[in-house]
Design a protein around this ligand. Sequence first.
Ligand code: NIG
Ligand code: FE
Length: 405
Amino acid sequence: MPVLENISTLYTCAAAGGQNEIHPVKDAALAWDDGLVTWVGPRDDIPTSLRDEERLDAGGRLALPGLVDCHTHLAFGGWRADEFEMRCRGTDYLEIARAGGGIASTMRHTRAASADDLLTRSRGFLRRMARLGVTTVECKSGYGLTAEDELKLLRVYAQLKEEQDMEIVATFLGAHIVPPEFREDREGYIALLIDELMPRIAGEGLAEFCDVFVEETAFSAEEARRIFGASRRHGLRGKLHADQLSDTGGAALAAEIGAVSADHLEQSNDEGIRALVEAGVVAVCLPLASLYLNQPPMPARRFIEAGADVAVATDFNPGSAPTYDLPLALMLACTMSRMTPAEAVKGATILAARAIGREHRVGSLEPGKRADFILVEAESVNHWLYHFRPGAVSDTFIKGKRITS
Ligand code: NIG
Ligand code: FE
């Protein structure tokens, strides 16, 4: 039962208290056994039963729970660097999409990719995410958009879940866009999602959540209601890409259908925010997408002041957020969305775990939870996200094991 000591400050990130409360413990120690935390507290209080156990030295660094990236589109084919250049020159994201680029472009590359290719690439992404401090990753389908290609993506996630110590959570996002071959037959595509795909996904246990992109260019609120009605019958809880590019009442819809989270929310109105708070829906802030698309960020302060739980994630995908750097997203949540560093940290630990139904297992350092934690070379979380630099997360432990490559 290893005991890690010489931790200058350990932040348990336990759920209790407001978004800014991350529960620091000065001069702390942490013990675990068989991949689970057994004891956390001040070094002076280490119980006598642990006195003779193996000691590890944190070198005076900070310790935090492993970061939880609660919104990624991990598996996809190709990239879209050409579109990035077009956007740099001023072409609009939606203009590119209307010309057959955007999500449809990644869809073509994803359909052409083999499951093996997608698996190899995803493993590489996960490895690098772990080095940045990420230990739990939510992964969405949504670039296949045929029955077989959506199943291919979800099976890649099932394989990753099987072979990795990282916690992997799969979300079905067949309702990302209506694929071009169904442009004249939206009902036909929705029927494919509801009547064919959902029963197979539920039958094989391939996803826990169902996500819908609610936007003028994707799905209407009414279509989303029907999709969520069906997903509920199949035991898939709801998540939404809501109010990203325009206010479509996505926040209120998330509340209405009892979604576990509503993500993006850059354009939400006050009424939507209130409804979301009342329904206990986690609001997920995705500052990298706002930055890459040069759009106004999600007004996280308004959400927090209204009483919402705000999670922070990368939205890693080849279009609007082509980076998986969650610490960078945390810094941007501070500078763009006006969260404090402590609020951002709580948003990428216990509140992100809540956004994917994992708060009982990950997201805080408390006895019984997974021994997923990181060491950070900084004097406080304020200093970490203020003096932002590569490699500040020096060590990542997953289930009590240090990641070495
Ligand atoms: O979360 N909003 C929809 N989906 C992604 C972007 C997808 C893409 O551009 O490929 C998002 O931002
Ligand atoms: Fe997304």
